[in-house]
Design a protein around this ligand. Structure first.
Ligand SMILES: Nc1ncnc2c1ncn2[C@@H]1O[C@H](COP(=O)(O)OP(=O)(O)OP(=O)(O)O)[C@@H](O)[C@H]1O
Ligand SMILES: [Mg+2]
Length: 299
């Protein structure tokens, strides 16, 4: 998007809000949902399972939780919730359906925006499409206290775009060197291209906390050396757990099939710690609500 296009877009949003009698500060005044991206450099490290199980854990503590499946083409949040949604985010972008019509609710009460293919170039939507998505996402403000975004893996424009639009970015890594290197690459590109300074690390599929802390230490050391202004917090770990794998095979969440398993307990603790930890001011630039960043980039 060029500078002129971005300015034009801002004006469209201003007019659009004025037409609806809303001020530019509408979303600041409301009790905004906390928007958390769960991402990774390498694929298959446990994002979808963390998002799904964390959503259930938080719902059980009385929070209203929405999940956005932003995993391009490989949408699988619906699989572990055993849902077969008819519509997805693409229908919203194309103005065929509203967000409310597309969202499905799990038996736990988690509201899910299904992903689905066809929006791989979300970072390059037309102005009209961005506007549609923005106003539809605004309807989420009243629906959720916490919004979890399963971003998909890698450093594609789409993943970076979603990460940059969230209040917090949680990075998952395992002890595998490739996963650690890719997590580092993700933080590097996010910090250099979007100015993201804070990340939280969850280490998955380890035997012990000691092992998780080692992964954290090696990533922290690399950041200290090469990306001094980036802060990585340790957000916890999830043990390697056969019960989680069995749950996935049954299109289920381990939180449902084995609530007392080590992974269920660990994810429960991660979820609690995450929401008990106050949100940093200006965590990700000046973002206050999902998508608004796109329009706030140019003043
Ligand atoms: N704590 C764990 N213990 C054992 N196996 C796990 C654990 N977490 C994840 N797995 C295994 O890894 C697989 C991939 O997990 P998941 O789909 O959550 O990863 P992902 O990061 O979302 O993958 P993708 O990048 O493809 O979207 C699971 O199906 C499961 O078999
Ligand atoms: Mg996934």
């Amino acid at each position: 998007m060029t500078l002129d296009q971005a300015k034009g877009l801002r004006n469209i949003v201003k007019d659009h809000k004025a037409a609806r009698g809303e001020s530019q500060m509408t979303s600041h005044k409301k009790n905004l949902p906390r928007v958390i991206a769960v991402t990774s450099g390498k694929g298959g490290v446990g994002k979808t399972n963390l998002v799904g199980n964390m959503a259930v854990a938080l719902t059980r503590t009385g929070k209203r939780v929405a999940v956005i499946d932003a995993d391009v083409g490989l949408a699988n949040i619906d699989i572990i919730f055993n849902l077969r949604p008819q519509y997805n985010i693409r229908h919203v972008i194309q103005s065929e359906k509203t967000l409310k019509q597309v969202m499905v609710t799990s038996v736990h009460g988690v509201k899910i925006l299904p992903g689905g293919s066809g929006f791989s170039d979300l970072a390059h939507l037309s102005d009209g499409e961005k506007l549609t998505l923005l106003s539809e996402f605004e309807t989420l403000i009243d629906m959720a206290d916490i919004i979890l975004v399963d971003t998909g893996a890698g450093i594609s424009a789409n993943v970076l775009y979603f990460n940059s639009a969230c209040d917090e970015v949680v990075v998952i890594a395992t002890r595998e060197p490739t996963s650690i290197t890719d997590a580092y690459a993700m933080m590097k590109v996010m910090s250099q291209e979007y100015g993201t300074k804070y990340f939280k690390l969850i280490v998955n599929m380890v035997e012990s906390e000691k092992e998780a802390k080692k992964v954290y230490a090696s990533l922290s050391a690399a950041l200290d050396k090469f990306l001094k202004n980036v802060v990585l917090e340790y957000g916890g770990y999830i043990p390697m757990d056969r019960q989680l794998q069995l749950a996935v095979q049954k299109r289920s969440l381990v939180m449902d099939t084995s609530p007392d398993s080590v992974s269920s307990k660990a994810i429960h603790k991660i979820a609690q710690d995450l929401v008990n930890h106050p949100l940093r001011e200006n965590t990700n630039g000046n973002l206050t609500f999902f998508m608004n960043k796109v329009f706030q980039a140019v003043s």
